[in-house]
Structure formats: structure tokens, C-alpha cells
Design a protein around this ligand. Sequence first.
Ligand code: 5AD
Ligand code: FES
Length: 349
Amino acid sequence: MNELMKLIDKLELQGSLTYEEYVMLLSNNSQELRDYAALKAVSIKEKYYSNKVFVRGLIEFSNYCKNDCYYCGIRNGNHNCDRYRLSQDEIFECCRQGYDFGYRTFVFQSGEDPYYSDERICNIVSSIKSEYPDVAITLSIGEKSIDSYKAFKKAGADRYLLRHETCNEDHYSKLHPQNMSGTNRKQCLNNLKSLGFQVGAGIMVGSPYQTKENIAEDLIFLKELNPHMVGIGPFISHKDTPFADMPNGTLEDTLLLLSLIRIMLPDVLLPSTTALGTINPRGREMGLMAGANVVMPNLSPVKVRQKYSLYDNKICTGEEAAECVDCLKKRVELTGNIIVTDRGDSPRK
Ligand code: 5AD
Ligand code: FES
């Protein structure tokens, strides 16, 4: 057994590695290493979740955004972006459809859209909760004050996704304009945790200027934060952003990282993302075989799908919700797993 595989064993035994050890693994990514890491990752995933894969119905309810993140297709500065907002009725209709598919978790995602005041968000959350008391609601609407988060919690939100993007300040400043800071992002995550949300953090793999050292820092940060969920996917360039000509992240790096994250945080809820399915037609299946255990079919109305374009060539933009649900179910089954539609809460207490 080679040195790198021994590091994987050590990660499994101790739950963490040193910065240098992570850098060593990330710098020596190979098919052999990925296979070894995936074998461990999948057996850990099976120990906690057997062959279950959880589904979360994703509803992208607004692509307005006040931020100007350099990587993102719905950034404020992109004047080619055709903006939309779903009405409360339309959001409800998406949930109704999802509920009929058996789905018991919905993720409400949007840009940072000031139109959706705390009051509007709380209204949406509490009315869905009163109609469907057995669903879990996840919000993914960006950086807010602790008071806003408190209000969302009180209204009935259960979970919150907020990728930290990178925990290195210098790298953060290369991805975001000056008015945004990694420190605030991390503060938000801590606030959300302290309020009792199930929290998800994460990064884009291969984002511009990202180094292996940056990713090692991210892994150390994730271990310390110990989130219930981790969302990672490859960076994919968008033609109308400052990063239009930057290279995409790779399938291989994303797969290795999925496995490392599963080994490091054994009971984590780890989606195999749409971005992974976009850089490779079988990307999501490969993600599941690398240790991921969540998929997020898109329930947004078809008429807005193409408009929620964070990156180019996003998949599933032409399909009706029912088609995505069906397609994803088949894909999951091809990996030897089964779709589970219940709330799929984190087993952690
Ligand atoms: N490529 C891949 N992922 C992206 N995101 C935003 N823009 C891109 C892109 N160009 C991710 C960010 C954000 C999440 C909602 O989508 O990590 O947190
Ligand atoms: Fe959307 Fe396959 S999951 S079309």
C-alpha cells in the first residue's frame, strides 16, 4: 500500500489530517487514489445510511441578486440576465407538485433579493409549514443578520445552506467584490448553527485562483464547523461574468473531495450536485459512487429554469419537474441505491 492510501486510512481512523497531508492527497489525485478513497467513503456512507439517497426538491424562486460575485451568472452586474420572481402562488404550486411526488423536503433558493423582506420569507415558510406540517424547509438565500435568521427559524425553517466558498480571505477577495467578506460569511454560518438550524457549508471545486492549499484549509474549516450538510460542485464558467474565460473545475477533483469529505464527516448529508452532472453526463451517478447521498431535483417551473443560470450549460433546464424526478430516480437506482423521499434529517443530534 502506498503512502497516499495510508493517509486515507489515517483520515478514516482519526477523522482528520494535517494541512500538509491534505495538500499531499490533493496534489496526487489519481484514479487509483480516487478508487481507494471511494471504497472507504461508500462503506462509511452505507454504515450510516445503507443504500438510501435522499431527495430535496429545489425551488429557485428568484434570480434577482444584489451581489456581484465574479463567478456567478445571476450577479447584479450581468445585464444579460433575464430576471424573474415566482409569486407565492407559484412557489406553492411547486411544493404541491413535489408533495405529490412524496417529497418531504424543499429547498428555497434565490439570489440575495431585497424584494423578499424577512416578512415575505417568513410568510412563505409559515404558510407552507401550516399546509404541510410534515415537510422540512431549507433556505438558501444568502447572508442575513442574526435577527433575520432568528425570524426564519421562528417561522418554521429547519435548515440553511450557505456555502462559505473559500475560507482563505485572500482567495475570497479574488472571487468577490470588496464589500463582501469571508469573515462575515463564516459569522453567518456560526449564527445559523447557534440558532439550531441544520447547516450546510461548502465550496466550488476549481474556482479561479484556488490552490490545493486553499482546499486543505477548507477541509480543516469544515471539520471544525462540523456542518450537517456540505455542498460542493465544480466551478463552471458563465459567459457573462468576469470569469468567462476561466477553466472549469474537474470531475476528478470533485470526486476525490466528495470521498474525503465523507470519510472526514461520516454522517454528513452530501449532495451529488447539478454542477457535477453538468460537467459530465454521468457526474451525479459518479458522485453517489464516491460517497454522496443526496440529490436535488429541480422543481422550479420550466418557464424560469433557464433563467436561473449560475453557470453555462446547466442541465435539467428543459425538463418538467416530473421528468427530472423520474430521470433522477433511474439514475440513482443505476448506482445500486434507492431514493428515499422522507425528510431525511441529519442523524446527528
Ligand atoms: N459554477 C459553479 N457553481 C457556482 N455557484 C455560483 N456560481 C457558480 C459557477 N459559476 C455556486 C456557489 C453558490 C451556489 C448556490 O452555487 O457555490 O454558493
Ligand atoms: Fe433533470 Fe435528469 S435529473 S433531466
